[in-house]
Design a protein around this ligand. Structure first.
Ligand SMILES: OC[C@H]1O[C@H](O)[C@H](O)[C@@H]1O
Length: 277
C-alpha cells in the first residue's frame, strides 16, 4: 500500500495543562521525535504490510533523521523527495491528561507536487492508497484522481479540516475522522449523536469511520453502522493515535480484511499507542 503525506519533526512539550490565550506556563520536558501524519500512518502500516510513503522533506539534518527512521521501520522511502528547503516541523503540547494541541509548519512538505504523486503511484501500483490534508491541495486532488482513474481503494483522513468538494470526498472508502472533524464535515454540532454524524458522512463518501477517543469507534457502511468498544488503557500521550489507527486500518484492508475487522485491529493498535511510555 502507499501513503501520500507529510513528514514533520515533532517538538513535543509535556506540561501540566496547556496555556490559555495570553497565558505563560512552565513546561516539563522537551523532546524531538519523527512525526507527521503521513509518516506516522506509513510507520503503523509497515508493521502490517509492505508500505511506501510518497512525500517530501528537507535536505537538512531533520530530513535525514526522518527518512532513516522510516527506513528502519520498514517503510519504502524511495518516493520521499528531498527538497532544498527546511523540513516540516510540528510544535506539540501534551498535557497531564495525554491530550494535545499541535501547530504544523509545513516547510518542505509544501514542495510535493501532483506530478510527484502521479509518477510515484504509477511506479508503485499500490492496491490501497491513503492520504490526509497536511499536503498541498493539488496533492490531495491528484491522489484522489489517480485512485479513481485506476480503480484503487482510496482512504482519506481529512485532517486538518478543510473545505473539500465531492471529487475528493465521494471516493473515500472510508473517510476516517475524529468527532470534531466529523462535526465539521457533517456541518453539525460536536455534540451530535455519532450515528447521526456517521449517516451524514455516508451521504458524501463510500464509507466512514469516526474515532471517538477513549469512548468508541463508529464504523459506517451502506449496510450497517457498528459501534466498537475501545480498550481501556492508562493514557500517556494521544499524539498520533489517529494516525496509528488509520495506518493499521489501511494495511489490514490492503491484506483483504473486512472494514469492521480492520477497524477492530486498528482500535487495538491505537490503544496500545496512547498507553506506550
Ligand atoms: O497526528 C499527529 C501528527 O500531526 C502532525 O502532523 C504532527 O507532526 C504529529 O506527528
Amino acid at each position: 500500500m502507499a501513503v501520500v503525506g507529510t513528514l514533520n519533526l515533532d517538538l513535543v512539550v509535556t506540561l501540566a495543562r496547556r496555556p490559555a490565550v495570553g497565558e505563560t506556563v512552565l513546561g516539563r520536558t522537551l523532546t524531538e521525535r519523527p512525526g507527521g501524519k503521513g509518516a506516522n500512518q506509513a510507520r503503523a502500516a509497515a508493521a502490517v504490510c509492505t508500505t511506501a510513503l510518497v512525500g517530501a522533506t528537507g535536505t537538512d539534518a531533520a530530513g535525514d533523521r526522518m527518512v532513516s527512521d522510516l527506513a528502519a521501520a520498514g517503510v519504502d522511502v524511495t518516493y520521499v523527495r528531498r527538497a532544498s528547503d527546511t523540513s516540516g516541523h510540528a510544535v506539540i503540547e501534551v498535557d497531564d491528561s495525554g491530550d494535545n494541541s499541535i501547530i504544523v509548519i509545513s516547510g518542505a512538505n509544501g514542495r510535493l507536487t501532483a506530478d510527484d504523486v502521479v509518477s510515484a503511484l504509477d511506479a508503485l501500483r499500490p492496491t490501497v492508497v491513503m492520504t490526509q490534508l497536511e499536503s498541498p491541495r493539488e496533492v490531495t486532488e491528484a491522489t484522489a484522481k489517480w485512485c479513481h482513474a485506476n480503480g484503487i481503494r482510496f482512504l482519506l483522513n481529512p485532517s486538518p479540516t478543510a473545505h473539500l468538494g465531492p471529487s475528493i470526498l465521494s471516493g473515500a472508502d472510508p473517510l476516517i475522522v475524529n468527532q470534531i472533524e466529523a462535526a465539521y464535515y457533517a456541518e453539525a454540532s460536536e455534540d451530535a449523536e455519532p450515528t447521526e454524524l456517521a449517516r451524514a458522512l455516508l451521504s458524501m463518501s463510500r464509507s466512514a469511520i469516526i474515532t471517538r477517543g477513549g469512548d468508541d469507534v463508529v464504523v459506517a457502511t451502506r449496510e450497517s453502522i457498528d459501534i466498537l468498544d475501545v480498550p481501556k488503557v492508562d493514557v500517556v500521550d494521544t499524539t498520533g493515535a489517529g494516525d496509528v489507527f488509520a495506518g493499521t486500518l489501511a494495511a489490514h484492508l490492503a491484506g483483504g480484511t473486512t472494514l469492521l475487522d480492520a477497524a477492530r485491529l486498528a482500535t487495538r493498535a491505537s490503544a496500545d499507542h496512547v498507553a506506550a511510555k
